[in-house]
Design a protein around this ligand. Structure first.
Ligand SMILES: Cc1cc2nc3c(=O)[nH]c(=O)nc-3n(C[C@H](O)[C@H](O)[C@H](O)COP(=O)(O)OP(=O)(O)OC[C@H]3O[C@@H](n4cnc5c(N)ncnc54)[C@H](O)[C@@H]3O)c2cc1C
Length: 589
């Protein structure tokens, strides 16, 4: 006989996701007196009268609240702006989720029902607690991470994306929000009357879709993912004026790992990323070769844990923010000597810079390719794309690990996965376990010595047919397909370093340490070989896929992110030894 459900669980929603359902008690449990007493030294007591707001929709949240006495009700707005009560919480209950770790804009409002006393713990207080109170801190961090997932799984927060489910621009927004772990809902005007009303009210024509109805009621028409990310404050995005010990460009596995280790060792860190956290790994449906995860996990899961970990240790993030220039002129070597310029006009000052900008997927030279990008052609295979493969044959081009992984994943959704490789087989470029798995999967067909030669539309202008050619016989095939996936390699994301002294190899990857040539060193006036992950410019380091000679694996990127921190410390210690303290030179003159 199952134990009587804990009283506090009685009115709490259940989760469709079994993993979350198994943690339902942890997600909703109120804190006991002992926990609150331990928490109190990191926060302050606040009182609220009946009807007063503890936090408001889309306003920066002051931090995590724990109800001490009284009751707080939480409300969200539905897509038509109607207020919907989503929860009522009493003494001991935590009013927070992951975003409270950096003070994001609250996706819903909390209002006192009668007199309320609550404990407020600010983001700084929360992070200090998580580092100093290990047991309670770890438990709270897990609860906040689970609550973010719970909101996404229940569709209780975030924007409502309004468009037909097959709408190509909808996928891009969904993929962006999924990769950032940001809750949202999708409503289809064909099946949802509210969605139909919104389209009538706000969409002048198909060019206005998808609509994004934000928690504060604002309706964005066909927003780009960056614009949506900025409006919703999906991720932290501030740059402090006084600068950092370390500026990291790229929040993929390498950049996140650098942030975790550097921040946990007391360095002040800012990570900038053009789009979100996770990098290429975030696009991987299942990473099975990362040490310690035998059953594998999705790249999004691995990197969102890394993001939470880095935030816990105090690393700061500016996302979305695209680095457009690194000013390497070393001034007088005083702290803050590097200046990183961002696409929105902001700049970052830092004593050291870590290049972790990784690589970007390569686009084959195929006529009309851009017409079908997002309309049947994709460079990654997430659950969203897989959903659209049902009942169809799909073509997948590429012979590397990312292609192999995607083929196996898609074989669980598509009728047939037709893999096209230019080489004689898969074994030269793909890990053994993937080659074996593909061979054992009946609905994966591998076409060797074959190249994609053309794409054709169907009657609705969406992708309808793919053509491929045998490289030896020249025979061409035309096949009806629903989707084409392209995994044809990646190019280094270093174009933004063009007017900086950092030495690149012939393919554009960043050279470091022993890979640097005499000329590279001479160009920056260095006589000694730099540290293994240091470039020819003192104080600028490179890690992960962007680095020449790196292994192009998640484990390698994370390992280099960890390894570079000791080299940062050594450089900063050296800088401290050789740089006169601030104002010393002024005093000397
Ligand atoms: C689909 C797929 C599946 C994969 N599966 C596996 C696997 O199973 N196992 C494995 O070991 N490896 C796998 N890989 C490879 C692995 O993902 C990469 O080796 C790893 O992500 C490299 O990490 P990184 O941090 O160096 O670079 P990236 O992951 O490329 O991240 C770089 C980040 O920098 C940002 N950026 C770039 N330029 C700028 C700029 N100018 N300003 C600001 N930000 C910038 C990008 O937005 C990106 O977020 C896979 C790759 C792909 C594409």
């Amino acid at each position: 006989m199952s134990s009587p459900e804990q009283d506090f669980l009685v009115d709490m929603p259940h989760f469709p996701d079994p993993e979350l359902e198994a943690k339902r008690e942890l997600i909703y449990a109120p804190l006991g007196e002992r926990d609150i007493a331990r928490l109190a030294r990191f926060g302050e007591r606040r009182t609220f009268h009946d009807g007063e707001h503890l936090f408001e929709i889309s306003k920066p949240s002051a931090g995590m609240y724990v109800v001490l006495s009284g009751t707080v009700a939480a409300f969200r707005r539905d897509p038509l702006g109607r207020r919907v009560r989503i929860a009522q919480r009493g003494p001991g209950h935590i009013l927070a989720e992951l975003g409270h770790l950096w003070g994001h804009r609250a996706p819903f409002e909390g209002i006192a029902q009668g007199e309320v006393e609550a404990l407020l713990v600010t983001p700084d207080g929360l992070r200090t607690l998580m580092v100093t109170e290990v047991e309670l801190g770890t438990r709270l961090l897990e609860v906040l991470i689970l609550r973010r997932k719970a909101l996404a799984s229940l569709g209780l927060a975030g924007p409502a994306l309004v468009a037909p489910r097959s709408h190509p621009r909808l996928h891009r927004l969904q993929e962006f929000l999924l990769r950032s772990g940001y809750p949202h809902t999708v409503i289809d005007p064909a099946s949802d009357p509210d969605a139909a009303t919104l389209v009538d009210r706000h969409a002048a024509g198909p060019e206005d879709l998808p609509l994004a109805v934000c928690p504060d009621g604002t309706v964005l028409k066909n927003p780009g993912d960056i614009a949506l990310g900025r409006y919703l404050d999906v991720l932290p995005n501030s740059v402090r004026r006084r600068g950092y010990d370390v500026a990291v460009v790229g929040a993929g596995p390498a950049g996140l790992s650098t942030a975790v280790y550097a921040a946990s060792e007391g360095l002040s860190v800012l990570v900038v990323d053009s789009r979100g956290f996770g990098g290429q790994a975030g696009a991987s449906a299942r990473i099975e070769n990362y040490f310690g995860f035998p059953i594998g996990l999705s790249g999004q899961e691995l990197t969102s844990l890394g993001f939470a970990q880095a935030t816990k240790f105090g690393a700061e993030f500016a996302i979305p923010a695209h680095a457009v220039r690194l000013d390497c002129t070393r001034g007088d070597g005083a702290p803050g000597s590097f200046r990183l310029e961002l696409d929105d006009g902001r700049h970052v000052s830092a004593r050291t810079v870590v290049l972790a900008s990784g690589a970007r997927y390569r686009r084959p030279d195929l006529p009309g390719l851009e017409t079908f990008e997002g309309r049947g052609v994709s460079y990654w295979a997430s659950p969203i794309e897989a959903h659209h493969c049902r009942g169809q044959d799909v073509v997948l081009v590429g012979g590397g690990n990312s292609a192999g992984q995607a083929a196996v994943f898609l074989s669980g959704h598509a009728v047939r996965v037709l893999v096209l490789v230019r080489g004689k087989g898969l074994s030269e470029s793909m890990s053994r376990y993937l080659v074996d798995r593909i061979a054992a999967t009946p609905n994966i067909q591998v076409h060797t010595r074959t190249e994609l030669s053309g794409l054709e539309p169907d009657e609705n202008g969406e992708l309808g047919f793919a053509r491929w050619k045998h490289r030896d016989t020249g025979t061409e095939h035309r096949h009806e397909v629903g989707q084409v996936f392209l995994f044809v390699g990646a190019d280094p994301a270093t174009e933004w370093l063009s007017d900086c002294d950092v030495a690149l190899d012939a393919k554009g990857f960043v050279r470091t340490g022993p890979d640097l040539s005499r000329d590279d060193l001479a160009r920056s006036g260095r006589r000694t070989i730099p540290a293994p992950l240091e470039t020819n410019v003192p104080g600028v380091f490179a890690v992960g896929d962007v680095r020449s000679g790196s292994v192009k694996r998640v484990g390698g990127a994370i390992g280099e992110g960890a390894a570079v921190v000791a080299q940062l410390h050594a450089y900063l210690a050296d800088l401290a030894r050789t740089t006169p303290p601030l104002g010393a030179s002024a005093r000397a003159t």
